[in-house]
Design a protein around this ligand. Structure first.
Ligand SMILES: Nc1ncnc2c1ncn2[C@@H]1O[C@H](COP(=O)(O)OP(=O)(O)OP(=O)(O)O)[C@@H](O)[C@H]1O
Length: 437
């Protein structure tokens, strides 16, 4: 009897112990689950707010600290911005100007010099030396006290988007340096004004050189150099910058030329919101340059920039404005299908000179691949740069050949033939694309 009571007591004790252990496990599991969920929650919401901008495992993310500030810069890891280090946080609050009740002066995180408004006023003769008017405000030529000539872009003070874009521009350009990007040399935030100061590009925009009747026509050599420069600039953004950057508003008006006609890409972060098809779509970019795939999916990728660059290449070849029917002309020329495209029909008449037909055809073929409706079939920008390099090599070799003694000419011609085969391979560019898409 006593043994039986003992057994009962042991059984009950073991049961209670088992129940306690089980309850503890359940509680532990609940606690762990809740903890993980609370850590994951902000990341998820940030990811969802940037989802439309992500593509190809890389690129543009929005720094959505609040819904009014959506800065398109290439992705630092989401987690990184989820818990930014103190320096980044301070910079961000400083940029927001007002988030700290405006007590502190704006902080330059960028290392880019900050100018006083009165100095810029003087350098622009009280803002009278206007170079042009963009959608974010006027641009002035300024001669600084040091004698340096710069371009001063005054963002419209009433524009909320202007302020947002201002933040993007300073943030992006402070970490992007390349000879084919228009350098930001300073900025000013004073008296309610937001001003960006750039290196001065004395030959203006590619658009004005192509479409302004008062300007001389660009030579083929210059056009090829411009194509190469721009391609290098974009390649730096896509494949050199860490993290990578998508421009989102590549167009001939955003390609500027310096005193020696070298081209640079301008206007990061200043892509404007555009009303499309009469409806407010939230799409960014400029009509005539916008990737059709982006218009249907709302996903902007590096290949969307490649599309816009393809359009710019066609502008260089045809001098037809994309906003005045360029695409229709291209479709007409390509009506015969692959291998039967006749680019001669749409060539800029100023390019009808001897000896360059083959080079033009190759560049047009590259451009045509860039504007393929399917982003996967478009080349990567580094492939485009390489293809343009080959055209230039071909040119150099031709030039050398003309200056060579007869005995060497045959060898060089053979090399040209070889290069040509390589070029044809490159312009087909089909094999690489699916691997990285
Ligand atoms: N760094 C610069 N050097 C010389 N001229 C410049 C410079 N930046 C802009 N400009 C000139 O100022 C004018 C306005 O330029 P801005 O970049 O504001 O607008 P946009 O690119 O022409 O148009 P949008 O703002 O609609 O894209 C253009 O004519 C351009 O050629």
């Amino acid at each position: 009897m006593e043994d039986r009571a003992k057994d009962v007591i042991i059984g009950v004790t073991a049961g209670v112990a088992a129940a306690v252990v089980a309850a503890a496990c359940v509680l532990l599991a609940i606690w762990l689950y809740r903890r993980r969920a609370s850590v994951a929650a902000p990341t998820r919401s940030l990811e969802s707010s940037t989802a439309t901008l992500r593509a190809n495992g890389a690129v543009a993310a929005s720094l959505d600290f609040d819904s009014s500030v959506s800065v398109s810069v290439a992705s630092e890891s989401v987690a990184d911005w989820d818990h930014p280090p103190p320096a980044k946080r301070a910079a961000f609050w400083a940029w927001r100007g007002g988030a700290n009740n405006g007590r502190d002066p704006p902080v330059s995180v960028s290392g880019i010099p900050k100018y006083h408004y009165k100095d810029l006023q003087k350098a622009t003769t009280n803002f009278t030396t206007i170079l042009g008017q963009g959608s974010f405000g006027p641009v002035y030529k300024a001669v600084m006290a040091t004698g340096e000539v710069v371009a001063v872009k005054v963002l419209a003070s009433d524009s909320r988007q202007g302020e947002r874009e201002f933040q993007t521009e300073v943030a992006l350009l402070s970490r992007l340096h390349h000879r084919n990007l228009v350098n930001l040399v300073g900025y000013c935030v004073e008296k309610g004004q937001r001003i960006l100061i750039y290196e001065y590009m004395s030959n203006g925009s590619l658009a004005s050189l192509l479409y302004d009747n008062n300007k001389r026509s660009l030579s083929w050599q210059e056009r090829l150099q411009i194509a190469h420069d721009v391609s290098h600039g974009i390649e730096y953004l896509h494949e050199g910058a860490v993290p990578p950057v998508i421009h989102r508003d590549l167009k001939s008006a955003n390609i500027l030329l310096d005193h020696s006609m070298r081209a640079k890409v301008a206007d990061f972060g200043l892509s404007k919101e555009e009303v499309f098809d009469g409806r407010k779509s939230g799409l960014k970019g400029t009509y005539g340059y916008m990737d059709p795939d982006y218009m249907s999916t709302n996903k902007f990728t590096k290949k969307s920039d490649v599309y816009s660059f393809g359009i710019i290449l066609f502008e260089l070849i045809t001098a037809i404005n994309p906003q005045q029917g360029l695409m229709e002309y291209i479709d007409l020329a390509a009506i015969g299908g692959e291998g039967k495209v006749d680019w001669d029909e749409i060539l800029d008449k100023n390019l009808i000179v001897g000896g360059i037909a083959e080079e033009i055809r190759i560049l047009a073929d590259i451009a045509y691949r860039c504007i393929n409706k399917s982003p996967r079939k478009r080349p990567w920008i580094s492939e485009v740069t390489q293809a343009i390099s080959r055209i230039r090599q071909l040119q150099l070799m031709k030039h050398d050949t003309l200056n060579l003694p007869r005995s060497e000419t045959r060898t060089v011609l053979r090399r040209i033939e070889y290069q040509h085969v390589e070029l044809t391979d490159l312009t087909s560019m089909k094999e690489l694309t699916p691997i990285r898409a």
